[in-house]
Write a protein that binds this ligand. Structure first.
Ligand SMILES: [Fe+2]
Ligand SMILES: [Fe+2]
Length: 274
């Protein structure tokens, strides 16, 4: 089987989902949910970018990778749309306004920016997410406390991000190349993406004020947030920084036996795999 299998997943979600998927942590819930809300606009943008790059790709291996990357991303945003519909139904009435803005923003990038820029954006985003996924797999048990289908949606998505970690990098290199441009446009992409996540997360927190917490619970939550920030600074920041180095390559990132076990689990669970 290919290292980038295309799985069709059977996820179904309840009619309505409470956006506070981590009951004890509204901030973490809002950030994770905001990411999901961006994906039906961001991932089609990545697919459009790959489609534009395709005529410039001359290696059969890269053409296959490109097709598999796009197929995986296509499955991701479709599944996240189902999840988002369940979130939107009751709790987040103004979300449609954000979605229109996000959609317009990514359409604008496709229409007005060069292929090199859009490919560097794709790689900047992929490099960031791959390292956050590695950090999450290695240091956090992020989704242990989340309702099963939601946890599975994210875990399946995250493992596939690792499976296709080399594709945007290789296509950028093959079609355009240019280290300094990749880093400059890639860091712009990361700030752009994180800016959207923060904005939507703030809206979610405003729309759904959390219950008043006791002083002890509030203190514990702040302590947890500080510990997580410190862990991210020590562990995730160096991983992301290395992607800015001239010698960086996602080909050097190993796919561990534990990751393979997660990958196999979702192949098993899939309706079909090709
Ligand atoms: Fe994805
Ligand atoms: Fe991806």
């Amino acid at each position: 089987m290919s290292k980038i299998p295309i799985r069709k997943m059977p996820f179904e979600f309840p009619e309505k989902i409470d956006p506070f998927i981590f009951p004890d942590s509204p901030e973490r819930s809002a950030s994770v949910v905001a990411t999901s809300l961006l994906l039906p606009y961001l991932e089609p943008y990545l697919i459009r970018t790959m489609k534009a790059a395709r005529p410039h790709v001359t290696e059969p291996r890269l053409l296959d990778d490109l097709a598999r990357f796009s197929a995986q991303e296509g499955q991701h945003y479709r599944m996240h749309m189902r999840f988002n519909d369940a979130l939107r139904r009751e709790h987040l009435p103004r979300l449609g306004e954000f979605e229109k803005e996000i959609s317009d923003d990514y359409q604008r990038l496709t229409k007005t920016r060069s292929l090199q820029f859009n490919l560097a954006y794709a790689e900047g985003f992929e490099a960031l997410t791959m390292n956050l996924v590695l950090f999450a797999f290695t240091h956090l048990s992020l989704f242990d406390e989340v309702e099963t289908q939601v946890a599975q949606l994210y875990e399946w998505h995250l493992i596939e991000e690792l499976e296709h970690r080399t594709v945007a990098f290789d296509i950028y290199d093959h079609v355009c190349g240019g280290y300094f441009y990749r880093v400059a446009a890639g860091t712009w992409a990361q700030r752009h993406y994180i800016g959207w996540v923060r904005r939507v997360a703030r809206y979610i927190l405003e729309e759904l004020p959390s219950d008043d917490l006791s002083r002890e619970a509030e203190t514990a939550r702040k302590r947890e947030a500080r510990e997580l920030a410190w862990l991210a600074l020590r562990r995730a920041a160096p991983m992301i920084l290395r992607t800015y180095m001239p010698w960086y390559s996602p080909h050097k990132v190993a796919f561990s036996a534990e990751m393979q076990a997660v990958s196999d689990k979702y192949t098993e669970m899939a309706i079909s795999t090709s």
